[in-house]
Design a protein. Sequence first.
Length: 211
Amino acid sequence: MSNEGAGPGGLLFVVSAPSGTGKTTVVERLVEICPNLHRSRSYTSRPPRPGEADGVDYNFISRSAFEAMVAREEFLEWADVFGNLYGTARRDTEAALAAGRDVVLVIGVQGAHQVRGRVSGTVGIFVLPPSFQALETRLRGRCQDEPAAISRRLETARSEVSAVDAYEYVVVNDTLDQCVAELAAIVTAERARRTRRQREVNGIVKTFEER
Ligand code: 5GP
């Protein structure tokens, strides 16, 4: 599957970050301010946390339903994260891109690696917390997980951060506004690539041709 060139297909952005970095909030704000950018809603076998709703935060499904989707090869990518299964439905993403919409996936580093191998032209953005200590403070502060789960997430964060070199862009989530503004700038810059606007460019250049 190709995501490059001057065709009508949309752009695929993949945003990864260690959990607790605030990437979900950041990307929610991003899609609010960027026209024609759509966030793909992942499927997960994890039960909803307080305040999370099915079809809003995730499509929450049972482990057996998830495994059936895997067997039917319905996922563009999927991964086991902290013992729960998470995946991006192939159909949703391909339909949006084919319709010329730009899509943003918020997925872990394993999933991002799979997507990169399957969709050429994927734009990877890694959201880094300002430091390990800042991430730890945030995770403990949100009080959503048991201390043992927090320690596990922090350990995972160490290996996730080591995958940063595979991404085209890095944004440090220091303040929310600045982080969202940088992400929007990346989207704008990627959309402005000459190769992606070739048809439009050709049309304009043509108006300059001597008669
Ligand atoms: P959480 O349970 O905190 O919502 O998410 C845990 C981890 O799962 C995060 O690192 C998040 O990026 C990752 N994740 C969420 N959705 C997907 C998905 O569709 N695919 C993959 N590979 N990872 C996901």
